[in-house]
Design a protein around this ligand. Structure first.
Ligand code: ADP
Length: 454
């Protein structure tokens, strides 16, 4: 991984894994084999699709939860329990409504045992630095979202953490407030008005990551792992319209939208897109369905029809879609092989073109065929239904099967998505009161391909 001999490591992650024991006794692996170092003087962005383990990794670094395997070193000493050098800023501000701004900011200092006579001046100083002076005695409900998050920052910074961790700190704010706060934070950091040695920000915004970070670590899912570790040495303040900035955004977009691309690791201090390949990505152990409706997939295919612009990033920009919004739709379209994605470009597959020019019934038949050919969970449900004489199975049977691979919540969501897709394609129906999946009598024999009979 990227390492600079001149800068000491504040955190080192050695073969970190995290797994959870399921109610059925199975162990589910959430994160596997994470190796990296966070160095003094860096802003590091942790980027990845939802469920890739970003928050879990941050919580492990903060010592809020232990890893299941591997070691976390804080200044070269193994971390046991809470990390004394970390403070966290949360997405939803996490303020106490019955405490004033000053009292909220004092909290961290109080927890560290700071006596009142030094605690109050320290809290007041940071309140001033963060632009909250005049609001010391206000309650959170009197403040706007942006001001509340300033309190969140002030509370975290008051304890002068070595490592400031931020979990999507700007995502609950409106666009302009978020932009303003982002730059104010960058000012504080660049002008060294805060003693913090390093900042770790969890985000799903590619532009946010490239705007702020010296290094972007891209995580993949199933299991959570590092797919790329890119250094960014563009000088601050970065021009979002510059070709170098756009090239980096494009590169990260490509990695995120191509789960099949080999994982990459950047060379030290790239200004643009230099990266060197490392071996084959670890393959997901079980196909995971993105949670989107077939209607969204159809919407994407219709938008692609007759378009000249094939670049995914520009397409998403045009549609005002964040990567997190478009990623699951892309994944679903790709799983069903309705589109072809190469590097950062997308185009309709032949069957995708056919889909757009079809009637509703023909569209259903196309999706039916796609599901039967490419979607493992749908295949398994069909197989189970065919194996039962009355063509009915309890949803619990499917959930049991899924809980070998997913957490209980995720298993529920996987089942719901497979139900949505299968019902659209008229492969099976759902008897909600009974919690049973069944095949309508008229479909019982005809809808499942030969290969699935046993
Ligand atoms: P991200 O922040 O990238 O969205 P998370 O770290 O929140 O990802 O979660 C990663 C995965 O771990 C998800 O599938 C989530 O359901 C699972 N997970 C997180 N916490 C727990 C827990 N306490 N028990 C079981 N599974 C969990």
């Amino acid at each position: 991984m990227v390492q600079n001999a001149a800068k000491p490591n504040i955190i080192a992650l050695e073969n970190i894994g995290k797994s959870y024991l399921q109610p059925n006794g199975q162990t589910i692996s959430i994160i596997e084999n994470i190796n990296c170092q966070l160095q003094v003087g860096e802003i590091i962005a942790l980027l990845g699709p939802s469920g890739s383990g970003k928050s879990t990794l941050m919580r492990m670094i903060a010592g809020l939860i232990p890893p299941s395997s591997g070691k976390i070193l804080y200044y070269n000493r193994q971390l046991m329990g809470l990390n004394p050098g970390v403070a966290i800023v949360f997405q939803n501000f996490a303020l106490y409504p019955w405490l004033t701004v000053l009292e909220n900011v004092e909290l961290g200092l109080k927890a560290k045992g700071e006596p009142k006579d030094t605690r109050v001046p320290k809290a007041l100083r940071i309140i001033d630095v963060i632009g909250l002076d005049g609001f010391e005695n206000a309650y959170p409900k009197e403040l706007s979202g942006g001001m509340r998050q300033r309190v969140g920052f002030a509370r975290a910074l008051a304890v002068e953490p070595e490592l400031l961790c931020m979990d999507e700190p700007f995502s609950a704010l409106d666009v302009l407030t978020a932009e303003n706060l982002r730059f104010e934070l960058l000012d504080l950091w660049l002008e060294k008005r805060i003693p913090t040695k390093s900042i770790l920000i969890v985000t799903h915004g590619i532009e946010e990551a490239v705007t702020l970070a010296d290094r972007v670590i891209v995580l993949g899912r199933n299991p959570g792992r590092i797919r790329a570790d890119l250094s960014i040495s563009l000088p601050h303040y970065r021009d979002r319209k510059s070709p170098e900035f756009q090239a980096l955004v494009d590169q990260i977009y490509k990695i995120l939208t191509n789960p099949d691309l080999p994982d990459v690791e950047a060379e030290e201090s790239t200004t643009s897109t230099t990266s060197s390949s490392v071996p084959v990505p670890s393959q997901p152990k079980y196909q995971s369905l993105p949670h989107v409706r077939i209607g969204s997939v159809a919407g994407l295919l219709e938008i692609l029809e007759g378009r000249q612009e094939k670049d995914l990033y520009r397409l998403a920009q045009e549609l005002l879609l964040e990567v997190d919004d478009i990623l699951p739709i892309l994944e679903a379209s790709k799983l069903m092989e309705l589109v072809v994605i190469t590097e950062g470009d997308i185009q309709l597959a032949q069957i995708g073109e056919k889909f757009i020019n079809s009637s509703i019934d023909e569209r259903k038949a196309i999706i039916r065929d796609r599901l039967q050919k490419h979607i493992r969970l749908v295949q398994q449900i069909c197989q189970l239904l065919q194996a039962k004489r009355n063509h009915r199975i309890s949803e619990e049977l499917v959930l049991d099967l899924l809980e070998n691979h997913f957490t209980s919540n995720e298993a529920q969501r996987q089942l719901r998505t497979a139900m949505d897709w299968g019902r659209y394609a008229e492969l099976y129906s759902y008897d909600e009161p009974a919690g049973e999946i069944f095949i309508e009598e008229s479909n019982a024999e005809s809808e499942v391909p030969e290969s699935l009979h046993f």
